[in-house]
Design a protein. Sequence first.
Length: 379
Amino acid sequence: MDFSLTDEQRMLQDTADRLVREQYTFEERQKLLDSEQGFSAEMWRQYANLGLLGVPFSEASGGFGGGGVELMLISQAFGRGLILEPYLATVVLAGGLLDAAGTEAQKAEYVERIIGGDLIASFAHSEPTSGYALSQVETRAEKQGDGYRLTGRKAVVPHGDSAEWLIVSARISGDTGAEDGIGLFLVDAAAKGVTRRGYPTIDGLRAAEIALDAVEVPGTACLGEPGQGYALIEQAVGRAIVALCAEAVGAMEVACDLTLDYLKQRKQFGVPIGKFQALQHRMVDMRIELEQARSMAILAASSLDAGREERERVLSAAKCLIGKAGRHVAEEAIQLHGGIGMTWEYSLPHYAKRLVMIDHQLGDVDFHLERFSDLMETA
């Protein structure tokens, strides 16, 4: 298989890498952590001006028609910079659902604004009791005239505190856990009956708990066919897994580089500790984990256009392997650094925290290992 990039993909990679390297310094990121919004609105506009927000969207929706590889390249650069902006929440998840199932009117109203950097949106799907199961939806959508009334609770909604619009999953019919009967609805975050409680996550990002108390939405707020939202959710989450895997690779690259530099500089007994063979072996193990993760991220990105069964098997395999690799690299990097590896003013622990959170986001190692096993049995 040819893994070489096209000229356009290399240009995209260079653009994203240069932006993060030159303008998204660790010191600037630290300042953003303490801000009310939790990310840089100015940087978000720069993403839009450079076309990065429009890359994953289809040309019919006003985007550039980028696929899994393009999404991987952007996310890997963002992983190196530990960006705080809601790219995954707004562009990949909410934007992906709008791109796949939105009407022409919905795309004109929402997708164009997302691409232009004028709209923050989020996908409110996870619930307090749902775990990682995508079909575990208890929030109800009751038919009311031409519209619906939504009632339920959503948990750990990424950037849900700053989102202007939410795409909410709610059950129109069927039992909790059934794939059939799940609907998707566009909800104004400021609508009557919507209550949000925002908070920072341990990796510096933002999330929110959202309560929906008899929130009324019109029929035009439905996204896709009512009750047939599961396949759309699975596809959007699949793209998000590709983005997370690539982001993890970017973060692992920096963690490995920081650790290698430290081993060369830190001295004990008059020599750099990188001279000690035991530490050299541990550094090599970290690099091996990184290269395996990189290969799986490429495979995952290339699988998005495959059939459902093959796509889901590859995505679960990638999420499982990269989750384990990320944790290994994070833990080893801290061990090899010693005390400085836990210092807030140093960048390494922030990369370690993000790698741990990436493992938990959209399914951890145990969940995807079991899912991969189940998918292999049914193949």
